[in-house]
Structure formats: structure tokens, C-alpha cells
Design a protein around this ligand. Structure first.
Ligand SMILES: CC(C)(COP(=O)(O)OP(=O)(O)OC[C@H]1O[C@@H](n2cnc3c(N)ncnc32)[C@H](O)[C@@H]1OP(=O)(O)O)[C@@H](O)C(=O)NCCC(=O)NCCS
Length: 174
């Protein structure tokens, strides 16, 4: 499919290319970036290359997926943002990750808003969820700013997470 490119005030959300793997590999190796992920060890380059390839397949299969995130003011990716289909529960999750130097500026929220917009307004999804490690307060705050609310504690990806939810009617009334 033709993966769309979306622009926000400060960001460009664009399809991943194979060339992004090296920079993403460097980002994922930054201390703390994967701290709250099921596997916090930085992945080797070949695993990042596979992850990028899988994202393109994901778009093809589901019609949505993660975008590579760039700053409008600068070339080169600074992270990812977008929607992911969870096969086991048949849910759609909003996901985001940024290089450390870009934390604390509202950029994850700015990017993730486009993921929700795409999911509800283009795809017509009924519900989008967020999954977050109980100690990942910054990410919980992002979900709250996006309008998701805490629903329950659950087991996903082999770890205990907080599950946040937003349904289409609440999204459209925001
Ligand atoms: C989580 C992450 C995406 C947040 O990105 P960000 O661009 O800094 O997020 P935003 O600036 O949009 O919002 C962060 C909010 O958390 C708040 N925050 C950050 N750290 C906090 C802390 N330790 N305690 C309380 N609030 C905190 C910020 O103040 C901000 O809230 P505010 O706008 O009300 O002030 C970023 O830290 C990241 O990439 N982390 C590594 C990957 C990751 O954990 N991804 C999420 C997986 S679920």
C-alpha cells in the first residue's frame, strides 16, 4: 500500500525505509529508551532491520502501522509512532518511542494524536488501547493527554502492564 505521510506542527510522520534501521539502532541503544519494554536490552542491528521490514509488512496487512518520526526542522528519524495490531487479543494499540534528547517537549503526544486520528477518522476503529509499564509515568501521562483512561492491569507480551482505553464516541466528543 501507499503508506501516508502526515505532518504536524513540528513533526513529519513518514513510512520507514531500510535506511532508517541504523539510526533506529542507535536510538534503541540509548540508556533508558527500552527500560520499560519486555526486552530492555538494546537489539542488534539485524533485529532492528527485521523490525523495520516487519513494520512495512504490517501496513500492507492491516492498512495501518508505525510511522518513522522526523522533526520538520531536521533530517533523520527520532523515533516511531503509530498503531499496532495485537493478534492475540485482536486489539489496536497506540505506540510511540523517541530518542532521549527529544523527551519532555510534548512530541510523543503530538505524534500519537495523529495515530488516534488515523485510527478513528480514516479506519473507523471502535477502540484504541495503550499498554504501559506501571512505572512508565511519562508514557501514562501521554496516554492521559491523548484522552485514554486507565482500564485495568493485565498481562501482555509476558509482562504486567496498565491497559488504557479510548472508544470512538469519546474520541469524537473531545
Ligand atoms: C514515553 C515517551 C514517549 C514520552 O515522550 P515525550 O515526548 O517526553 O512525552 P510528552 O512530552 O508528550 O509528555 C510527557 C508527559 O509526562 C510527564 N512526565 C515525564 N516524566 C515524568 C515523571 N517521571 N513523572 C511524572 N510525569 C512525568 C511530562 O511532564 C509530560 O506531561 P505534561 O505535558 O503534563 O507536563 C518518551 O519518554 C520515550 O520515548 N520513552 C521511551 C520509550 C517508551 O517508553 N515508550 C512508551 C512505551 S509504552
Amino acid at each position: 500500500m501507499d503508506i501516508p505521510t502526515v505532518k504536524t506542527d513540528r513533526l513529519v510522520l513518514r513510512p520507514f525505509t531500510d535506511h532508517d534501521a541504523e539510526e533506529l539502532h542507535r536510538i534503541l541503544a540509548q540508556e533508558g529508551v527500552l527500560r520499560y519494554f519486555p526486552t530492555p536490552d538494546p537489539p542488534p542491528l539485524d533485529r532492528v532491520q527485521k523490525l523495520v521490514a516487519k513494520q512495512l509488512e504490517h501496513w500492507e496487512e492491516h492498512g495501518f502501522g508505525w510511522w518513522a518520526v522526523e522533526l520538520k526542522s531536521d533530517d533523520g528519524i527520532i523515533g516511531w509512532n503509530g498503531l499496532q495490531y495485537l493478534t492475540e487479543t485482536e486489539e489496536v494499540e497506540i505506540a510511540y518511542l523517541l530518542a532521549k534528547t527529544h523527551w519532555g517537549k510534548g512530541l510523543a503526544t503530538e505524534g500519537a494524536r495523529e495515530g488516534l486520528k488515523y485510527g478513528f477518522e480514516i479506519l473507523g476503529l471502535e477502540r484504541i488501547i495503550g499498554l504501559v509499564h506501571p512505572e512508565n509515568i511519562a508514557s501514562q501521562r501521554v496516554l492521559e493527554k491523548l484522552g485514554l483512561t486507565f482500564n485495568n492491569e493485565a498481562e501482555y507480551f509476558g509482562m504486567s502492564v496498565y491497559r488504557y482505553v479510548i472508544d470512538a464516541p469519546l474520541y469524537s466528543s473531545q
